[in-house]
Design a protein. Structure first.
Ligand code: ARG
Ligand code: ZN
Length: 875
């Protein structure tokens, strides 16, 4: 079945009140739902009531206290139909279902993970608990009673505020929770089990005392301190930056070890993958700390953008996700370094969203059709969705943007809204027409701007010729012209901005050229010297640029651009261009050669004390193999890309040996560990220097020393990666891998790093290693984190391993995706996206990749999730 945006219509019935009663038992949990059902005004009394289910067993159904006869309803596992509901406008429907949390390996609905009952209902998991109008525009006030044996589940949590609890003589107990805020079913949550609690409190701006709780596996409480701190900072920040206060008496977070995604914003009861809660310096890297901070913030921010204002239907997913990602990006930028954060965001967008937008799975930020909504929790909806919100702010300016957000909260609080509603608030506060801008939501594909420039010294005129194009994407061959806010600067000697007197050919305001037509000739007059032009400053629009610019201008901007993003970009573009040329040399059987200029510039950036260490680290990290492949576009031979990249790294290392060594030594940090951004930045710089130095003679010994003297996981994991990836097979690598395994045996989250590092070892032999590691006692194909670390890393981050020319990687992939799918279709479907760029491979690999996709497509009993991905990928 294909769901289409234009088919949306309001439901005939509403469910203003929902009471749920759970009697928990691993294999037979009884769920009693008491639903107040209301016929919507104007709907005929003959309209049947049709509720969604998914794999349910119905034990009983009653209306207004009277059991229905079998002839009065039709129940299948996936639907409950009451053909002739009462004529009264409102009635009470009582449903009793039985479910088996223990055997729920899809991890949707109510399931058990390490003896803890928990739920995941977004997008359509609630229907695996009881029959319901399981759609986001059905807002209901929930009261939830949970009953379980006290020894099995001493803790009983649900959404909202606790209202009642008690114990029975037989060892059972119960708790009742009430959530006063009407919410859609996807935000329902229940947790029950034996968990340790970290308690905190927060006083809101208006003086409300909120009790905070983070619940973790008993014994791991001390690992939740950073998450608690991040939560308090998030609550404060949302008050300051958006005027948003928390609204319940309690806010709880639960960490579970089997979770399909990162985390979930259930009202008052966020549930997290424990990977994004638990951290200390011994077990977590700086990247883990940053992710925890960002995800805690993201889920907390959903309380307003997602929960208080939710989505009318799943086509509007970006209404909550893109906006909330934008908010968590801003939070991290304020808590850390804005410049570094922006570069990291753009790298992520390019690594994940660009290939999606440029391949067979491309879809608009607001899709118009889907077969399986779980497959639309994508980088396009989340990351590009965030960029679209950022562009609104760029176009309107910070004050008008904030006024628009205020109006959004005021106008739509308590509603299930649409993208049109969102855009309208900004039109209303600004008086602008955003119709052309709205195409960012409706049109898939990454727009490209082709830019060339010329300077006429006699006329003091500088001209930019800009042409936009949007490439065709699946089922959208013709595109309309977009409104692209292009931030720019004219840069003169020493990096000074160059002024102009007048400009014509486009609207230019506050350093932004508004591209709206296919072609713009933008003429600046009164320009006193020939400028270098800095384009898409701050990455003001999620586009690609084809700029005809001299390498000298690029070199100049890489040293002098006052916009830190554009400066980073200039250097990164230089590196990319050189890598593409080197790739062609390798393909042609030549040894790639590099000019010294680039290596010298790398050396200068590394040692530039005026720049933050984290920025320098980002500048020095070469475009990834996947980045290079994306820029090349087609005929990809991953081995040649690998060869080119290694050769450039070696050239940079060799040219800067002494200065890199001195810097590396100077960055050694013997003080106590702190996870703050500045300290993390110094570690990042030192670790990238290690990466370069490890390519030189004695590199393995240096990395081994780094590994053994490490006092935190960031340094330890970085050194282990260098040893395993660059010195695979060396004694030092073997010892370090064995030592790491022995040290962290029993800590599944840390062993995930051990799996991940080994899955990333370059070369065609890694597929056998990955197969062998699947037999490791710590590996479990039922656990999403294990699967992502080992199989996900191999298939989506190991270019030379996965895309080995013999096709073994693809064969392994097809088998394993099908194996994962038997238990968990959602995780399998996500894994399967690793082949989305198969058409850009050279012909031999392309054919083998296609065979693997066909093998999946032809398997029997394929889930809707996986079928949707492989069919679109092959189409
Ligand atoms: N709403 C959650 C978040 O972004 C993610 C839920 C993902 N659900 C899914 N079915 N993939 O915070
Ligand atoms: Zn989210």
């Amino acid at each position: 079945h294909v769901f289409k945006l234009e088919d949306y219509r309001p439901s005939d019935y509403l469910i203003p009140k929902t009471s749920l009663d759970f009697r928990l038992s691993p294999d037979a949990t009884r769920v009693t739902a008491l639903l107040t059902v209301e016929r919507r005004g104007g709907v005929a009394t003959s309209a049947p009531l049709v509720l969604d289910g998914d794999g349910l067993t119905l034990l009983g159904v009653a209306i207004d206290g009277h059991a229905l006869a079998p002839a009065d309803y039709l129940a299948t596992p996936d639907q409950l139909t009451i053909p002739k509901p009462p004529a009264a406008p409102r009635f009470e429907l009582r449903l009793e279902t039985e479910i088996a949390p223990s055997s729920n390996e899809a991890l949707m609905g109510l399931y058990r993970s390490s003896n803890v009952y928990c739920t995941q209902c977004e997008a359509e998991g609630f229907r695996r608990i009881t029959y319901f109008l399981d759609r986001p525009d059905i807002l209901s006030v929930y009261t939830v009673r949970i009953e379980a044996p006290h020894n099995e589940a001493p803790l009983l949590l649900s959404n909202g505020n606790p209202v009642e609890s008690g114990v029975f003589a037989d060892g059972r107990h119960f708790a009742v929770w009430h959530d006063p805020f009407p919410k859609p079913s996807y935000l329902f949550a229940l947790v029950a089990g034996a968990l340790g609690k970290v308690a905190g409190s927060f006083t809101t701006l208006s003086g409300r005392e909120v009790e905070l709780g983070i619940f973790v596996e008993p014994g791991k409480e001390r690992l939740a301190g950073y998450a608690m701190d991040a939560l308090k900072r998030s609550m404060k920040w949302d008050e300051e930056a958006f005027g948003r206060e928390y609204d319940l008496d309690v806010f709880n977070i639960v960490a579970v070890s089997d979770f399909n995604m990162g985390a979930m914003e259930n009202k008052g009861l966020n549930i997290f993958n424990d990977k994004y809660v638990l951290a200390d310096e011994e077990t977590a890297t700086d990247a883990d700390f940053a992710n925890i901070e960002a995800i805690i913030a993201h889920e907390y921010f959903h309380n307003w953008t997602g929960n208080r204002i939710t989505c009318r239907d799943w086509f509007q997913l970006c209404l909550k996700e893109g906006l909330t990602v934008y908010r968590d990006h801003e939070f991290s930028a304020d808590q850390r370094s804005r410049a570094v954060k922006r570069i990291a965001e753009v790298r992520t967008l390019r690594a994940h969203q660009f290939p999606e937008d440029q391949g067979p799975l491309a879809h608009p930020v607001r899709p118009r059709r889907y077969r399986e909504i779980n497959n639309f929790y994508t980088a396009t909806v989340y990351e590009k969705g965030s960029e679209v919100v950022r562009m609104i702010r760029t176009i309107l300016g910070p004050e008008v943007f904030r006024a628009g957000m205020d109006l959004y909260f005021e106008r739509h609080d308590g509603e299930a809204a649409t993208i049109e509603d969102f855009l309208k608030v900004f039109e209303d506060v600004s008086g602008r027409d955003l119709a052309q801008f709205a195409l960012w939501y409706h049109q898939a594909g990454t727009p490209n701007l082709t830019v060339s420039s010329s300077y006429n010294a006699a006329a003091k005129a500088f001209t930019l010729e800009i042409e936009q194009s949007v490439p065709p994407t699946p089922s959208e061959s013709r595109k309309r012209l977009m409104h692209i806010p292009l931030a720019f600067g004219l840069v003169g000697a020493g990096g000074k901005p160059i002024a102009w007197t007048t400009v014509e050919g486009a609207t230019v305001e506050d350093g932004v050229i508004h591209i709206r037509k296919r072609r713009h000739t933008v003429r600046f007059s009164g320009v006193s010297e020939r400028p270098s032009v800095s384009l898409n400053r701050g990455f003001s629009a999620p586009i690609t640029l084809s700029v005809q610019q001299k390498a000298d201008d690029q070199l100049f901007l890489a040293s002098h651009d006052s916009d830190s993003f554009a400066r980073w970009q200039a250097f990164n573009t230089l590196l990319t261009d050189v890598l593409i040329a080197a790739f062609r040399q390798v393909l042609g059987g030549k040894q790639p050669a590099f000019t010294v200029k680039l290596a010298e510039l790398a050396g200068r950036i590394a040692g530039d004390e005026a720049l933050e260490p984290a920025y320098r680290a980002l500048a020095l990290s070469l475009p990834s193999e996947a980045d290079i492949a994306r820029e090349i576009g087609k005929g990809i031979d991953p081995d040649a890309i690998f060869g080119a990249r290694e050769a450039l790294a070696l050239a940079i290392a060799a040219a800067n040996r002494e200065s890199f060594e001195a810097l590396y030594l100077g960055l050694a940090d013997n003080g106590p560990f702190t996870p703050d951004a500045a300290s993390a930045g110094r570690r990042a710089l030192r670790n990238i220097l290690l990466d370069y130095l490890s390519l030189l003679p004695e590199g393995a010994a240096l990395a081994a020393t780094h590994f053994h003297s490490a006092t935190n996981m960031t340094d330890r994991a970085a050194a282990l990666t260098v040893l395993a990836h660059r010195h695979a097979g060396s004694r030092q690598a073997q010892e370090a891998l064995a030592g790491f395994e022995a040290r962290y045996r029993g800590d599944a989250l840390v062993l995930d790093k051990w799996f991940l590092i080994q899955a990333g070892v370059p070369g065609p032999q890694t597929v056998d290693k990955v197969r062998a590691l699947m037999q490791h006692p710590a590996f479990s194909i039922a656990n999403p984190n294990r699967v992502r670390s080992l199989i996900g890393t191999f298939s989506s981050a190991n270019q030379t391993g996965f895309h080995g020319a013999d096709g073994q990687g693809y064969r392994f992939f097809a088998e394993t995706v099908l194996e994962v799918e038997k238990r968990n279709p959602q995780v399998a479907a996500r894994l399967a996206t690793a082949l989305r760029s198969w058409r850009s491979l050279e012909p031999v690999r392309q054919d083998k990749a296609r065979q693997a996709l066909l093998q999946i497509a032809n398997a029997e009993n394929l889930s809707a999730d996986l079928r949707d991905i492989v069919e679109r990928t092959l189409a």
